[in-house]
Ligand binder design. Structure first.
Ligand SMILES: NC(=O)c1ccc[n+]([C@@H]2O[C@H](COP(=O)([O-])OP(=O)(O)OC[C@H]3O[C@@H](n4cnc5c(N)ncnc54)[C@H](OP(=O)(O)O)[C@@H]3O)[C@@H](O)[C@H]2O)c1
Length: 327
């Protein structure tokens, strides 16, 4: 049994209310997409989980298909929870999702009620949980009526299998419809999960305003662009980096010369600020007041420490913001 330190809620990551809800989320959350699968180092994974929780990171983000192979991140996380955090369930916010392909045939992908319910049951079993705190529709599915997908989410809440529900990567117009349907069903949407980084700012124009108007929180993912917004790719592709791994979702071809040139310019600004590039990239996301939390992925405790330290300097001058925007 892991005994978390009693100081885990003081002088740590800090919390924001999630939209108009009463739920607070840590400003940094830990994502288990990579680094927690069967192919990954389980000792380091457990160390990261313990370190994160001790630093006040109470939110752990999963999905049915996380880990290599699919489902292994939830299973490994469930085992670590059972063995190390059994008495801390009420101090944790655990999320899962369904929407991308998980198993063969017509019921293992998309947004049908059949898929979402079957997948949630599987996720609960893998993690050894009675309920998840947040369940997401992982993506918009144009082949399923939104009423059906949102109806499934609402019923999960009514059945006590999820405390809150959210949507991820929905286009803005479909997100607005989803917010309305969930509200009418009496199970308001808690949160929108979207990609947000210095390199991917699309959500700023429509998704964020729609969420704000509806009192929905926003949680960003891949704010380090899967590690590209760190100093690791400035001089080539290191062994063991996500881009070098055959099972990672980052391809070597994404590390172009043109990108590296831009990263070098960003790195110079980060150094002026006394931050690593990763720290600046995370801190920058909070210049949008509406960001409730960022889900970070890490492959080591050292990275986790580096990223948590990003919160020490969230201040950007207009000149910093302008220069970063230009790059
Ligand atoms: N809703 C969705 O569709 C969706 C999609 C993607 C992600 N997500 C969520 O968001 C989470 C984070 O996504 P992500 O893994 O793409 O996030 P990310 O934070 O952009 O990238 C994480 C990777 O960056 C590298 N890294 C992290 N900190 C570093 C540091 N301080 N210095 C150098 N390198 C560092 C590590 O890669 P190395 O292995 O190279 O060390 C790490 O695995 C996921 O786990 C998942 O929960 C959701």
């Amino acid at each position: 049994m892991h005994i978390p330190s009693e100081s885990r809620y003081t002088d740590t990551v800090g919390y924001n209310f999630c939209g108009k809800s009463g739920l607070q989320l840590p400003r940094l959350s830990l994502g288990l997409w990579h680094n927690f699968g069967d192919v990954d180092n389980q000792d380091e994974a457990l160390k990261m989980l313990k370190y994160a929780f001790d630093k006040g990171i109470t939110h752990f983000d999963l999905a049915n298909n996380y880990g290599t192979p699919f489902g292994s991140a939830e299973r490994n996380f469930g085992k670590m929870l059972h063995d190390n955090f059994a008495s801390y369930r009420d101090e944790m916010i655990i999320s899962s999702k369904a929407g991308h392909i998980m198993w063969p045939g017509p019921y293992g992908d998309g947004g049908s009620r059949k898929y979402l319910f079957a997948s949630l049951e599987q996720s609960l079993k893998r993690m050894g949980l009675d309920y998840v705190d947040i369940f997401y529709s992982h993506r918009y599915d144009a082949n399923t009526p939104l009423e059906e997908t949102m109806g499934a989410l609402s019923d999960m809440v009514k059945q006590g299998k999820a405390l809150y529900v959210g949507i991820s990567k929905y286009p803005e117009d479909k997100a607005r419809e989803a917010y309305r349907i969930l509200r009418e069903n009496g199970t308001p949407c808690l949160i929108y999960q979207g990609r947000y980084s210095i390199l991917t700012r699309e959500i700023e124009t429509e998704v964020l305003p729609a969420a704000a108007e509806n009192g929905i929180g926003f949680i960003g993912f891949s704010s380090l662009a899967q590690g590209m917004l760190s100093d690791k790719y400035l001089n080539g592709i290191p062994e063991n980096s996500r881009a070098a791994l055959s099972h990672g979702f980052l391809r070597k071809s994404q590390i172009t010369d043109e990108l590296v040139e831009r990263l070098k310019k960003l790195n110079a600004i980060a150094l002026e600020r006394g931050q690593t590039l990763a720290q600046m990239a995370l801190a920058w996301c909070f210049h949008q007041q509406q960001v409730t939390s960022l889900i970070i992925g890490t492959s080591s405790v050292l990275q986790l420490q580096d990223n948590i330290d990003a919160l020490k300097n969230l201040h950007f001058t207009n000149d910093d913001l302008w220069r970063i925007g230009e790059i």
